[in-house]
Write a protein that binds this ligand. Structure first.
Ligand code: ATP
Length: 367
């Protein structure tokens, strides 16, 4: 897959380790963040996302390893001297200050002249679409508006890097979706690098240039949303982003062009290795997304598996079909309704998928 060239390196975490009370929370983390990119840390609760942000912000210090910003070790820079800002889930606005005063707070600390403050506050409010709200108090704002003020307050200081810790976590689903779009547009127009923490995979897929999947203090996979979705490196990655079918088998042959043959119940199924080429005898799974599993009542050319239609679920735009293989394994196919072949429960069908849509992952997940 062709990936776009990355912009210059901004931040680099090198072999960073952190433990609390002897419990390791981050284990040898290596992570590069490039200027102007939207990078998301995604992972289950407790995997170390917030700790990573706090280390970058200077609110915690690493036990080992280095954090470099523009090539400079940040160890001796206190939080306020780092060219970055943080937005938290709890908006943390000053309740006794109005919107304009909240946004101006950091500028005042920097002793920015008053006329410049007025201008910058105005620009920041326009960016987050809150023109005319200068005099409102935080209690007179909705949750979404408060979060916009928190973002305006952070970007008005023109940081090189903005750290966002589940900033939309407290909003309802509809507002969350709207704010996702707004935040992404804002990030593009500002050109500031964002490091965004979430455990919501849809949010990560929608907004990010790159996603970092974390588990138990380690990075499992880094890549564009498409790379991670289409080419997971592990069962954990495959299941954490999107829904998938996992078919276990054993590598039976190595073929030209990075292909292998995988033996599954007496059938040899070809697959393309996007990551490292597995060895003959390796126990692997093929991870195939639901929308990639195609079927028909007549056998197609190339490989195909026979299956019985076990269940059908119509959900408006798509048709979800559960297909049982001869050995009892079940796969789920989800296809646009108009593309679906008309089948009934109990029908025998032949199923297949495009070779590059079967991602090879190790059966034993080291993560
Ligand atoms: P969530 O999605 O739930 O916010 P997270 O991935 O952001 O989780 P962290 O907040 O980084 O996870 O926490 C990672 C682990 O470190 C957790 O087990 C947490 O209990 C522990 N931890 C975090 N901060 C401290 C602290 N100051 N003292 C002791 N343990 C801590």
């Amino acid at each position: 897959m062709q990936t776009e060239p990355l912009s210059p390196l901004l931040l680099s975490l090198q072999d960073v380790t952190k433990a609390f009370d002897g419990n390791p929370v981050l284990r040898h983390l290596n992570l590069d963040v490039h200027a102007g990119e939207f990078l998301t840390l995604l992972g289950p609760s407790g995997c170390g996302k917030t700790t990573t942000l706090r280390l970058i912000a200077g609110l915690e210090m690493p036990d080992e390893g280095q954090i470099l910003l523009d090539g400079k070790d940040m160890a001796s820079f206190p939080p306020e001297k780092r060219p970055l800002n943080t937005v938290f889930q709890s908006y943390a606005l000053f309740p006794h200050m109005n919107v304009a005063q909240n946004i101006a707070y950091g500028l005042r600390l920097r002793r920015t002249p008053s006329h410049q403050i007025r201008e910058k506050v105005k620009q920041a409010l326009a960016l987050v679409q809150l023109e005319g709200y200068e005099k409102r108090m935080p209690r007179q704002l909705s949750g979404g508006q408060r979060q916009r003020v928190a973002i305006a307050r952070a970007v008005v200081l023109e940081p090189r890097l903005l750290l966002l810790d589940e900033p939309l976590g407290a909003l309802d689903l509809q507002l969350r979706r709207q704010m996702q779009l707004e935040l992404k547009n804002l990030q593009r127009s500002l050109g500031i690098a964002f490091i965004y923490v979430t455990h919501d995979q849809e949010e990560a897929l929608n907004m990010s240039d790159r996603i970092v999947i974390m588990n138990q203090g380690k990075i499992c996979q880094m890549g564009t949303p498409e790379e991670i979705y289409e080419h997971p490196v592990s069962i954990f990655s495959a299941q954490f982003i999107g829904q998938t079918n996992l078919l276990p088998g054993v590598v039976s042959a190595r073929l030209p062009d990075n292909k292998v043959s995988i033996e599954m119940n007496g059938l040899d199924i070809p697959a393309v290795a996007y990551h490292a080429l597995p060895e003959i005898g390796d126990k692997v799974c093929l991870s195939i997304r639901m929308e990639r599993i195609l079927y028909s009542t007549t056998p197609p050319a190339g490989f195909h598996l026979s299956a019985t239609v076990k269940e059908k679920q119509f959900s408006g735009g798509s048709q979800r079909t559960t297909l049982a293989l001869a050995d009892g394994h079940e796969l789920v196919s989800s296809l646009p309704t108009h593309d679906g072949v008309k089948v009934h429960v109990g029908d025998q069908v032949h199923l297949w998928w495009g070779l590059r849509h079967g991602a090879i992952v190790p059966q034993e997940d080291a993560q």
